[in-house]
Write a protein that binds this ligand. Sequence first.
Ligand SMILES: NC(=O)C1=CN([C@@H]2O[C@H](COP(=O)(O)OP(=O)(O)OC[C@H]3O[C@@H](n4cnc5c(N)ncnc54)[C@H](O)[C@@H]3O)[C@@H](O)[C@H]2O)C=CC1
Ligand SMILES: O=C(O)C(=O)CO
Length: 327
Amino acid sequence: MTKRIVAFSRLKSPHLEQLRQEFHVDYFERLDSTDAPDFRAALAHAHGLIGSSLKIAPELLDEAPHLEAIATISVGYDNYPVDELTRRDILLCNTPDVLTETTADTGFLLLMAAARRAVELAEFVKRGDWQASIGEAHFGSDVHGKTLGMIGFGRIGAAIARRGALGFGMPVLYSNASPKPALEEELGARRCEMDELLAQADFVCVTVPLSTETEHLIGAREFKRMKPSAIFVNIARGKVVDESALIAALEMGEIHAAGLDVFEQEPLSPESPLPYMTNVVALPHIGSATHETRDAMAQRAVDNIILALEGKRPISLVNEEAWKQRQ
Ligand SMILES: NC(=O)C1=CN([C@@H]2O[C@H](COP(=O)(O)OP(=O)(O)OC[C@H]3O[C@@H](n4cnc5c(N)ncnc54)[C@H](O)[C@@H]3O)[C@@H](O)[C@H]2O)C=CC1
Ligand SMILES: O=C(O)C(=O)CO
């Protein structure tokens, strides 16, 4: 019997063709919600799902009685009810590693752009306001030699810290669920309590996954502890930060500037003041969005779903427990 999968994001031809050689594919190039009747109908027969950026509610799984595996085209899996998937023996696969360096590039881009006011000053040139040598009012802050505070020190956190420590001579502090002795050795990084990091870092960069533990990990209390000169970077997930508190901290000068790739609501609400604030660099969740990396992510997800539905161990598995239950 040919297994059936539902692809719920746009895939390039080679990836789609590879899937079509293995499975019957119900393809939804663009899907904004799981309410679409065609999607619900396809789900009823699906053995696998592949795609990104769609919130899968636990109740939806009742409508997918044959589901064996989901391959998300992302490393973050906060859109999926992991415990419920495990309870139902459904494998959840993601795409770590292949996007680490590209996402770290974007994190560092935000840090640099916010420090050197790159977006604000590019606008200044475009408006024709560059009439004389610029003065102090348009100076930025140094990056090299400043203290980098990493909240989350996993793959992407380490890759950003590597750029800072090795490329820009930045001392690195980190706050992470577990110690990272090899990285301490490699980068001279020091683990400390988050409060100490907030008080000492010139750049505070968030790379923790979104979970019930990390939702609003950074709020009014945390911004008050940062230096007034601090530059805050969020490359992780919008909901890790209390966005109202961030806006207030920027408006009140509790922190100096922010570089943001992710927001509590995406796409960003037109009512949000963030993109209009001169001390904010706001990007539309492009952490991993290069041709090369998005191709690699799609390929990893395709490989994952094929292996999973062949009964083999996928390359990147989130819920190891579900795999063990099957053996
Ligand atoms: N902006 C974008 O386009 C992208 C965003 N991301 C986000 O970045 C996140 C991190 O990705 P990776 O570095 O690959 O994950 P990872 O799992 O390698 O690293 C996460 C680190 O956070 C730590 N951590 C977890 N909870 C914590 C807590 N409460 N306090 C302190 N540390 C905690 C973990 O111990 C781990 O070291 C993803 O989950 C995703 O949400 C990932 C890729 C692209
Ligand atoms: O992989 C992720 O988690 C993203 O946010 C997009 O690359």
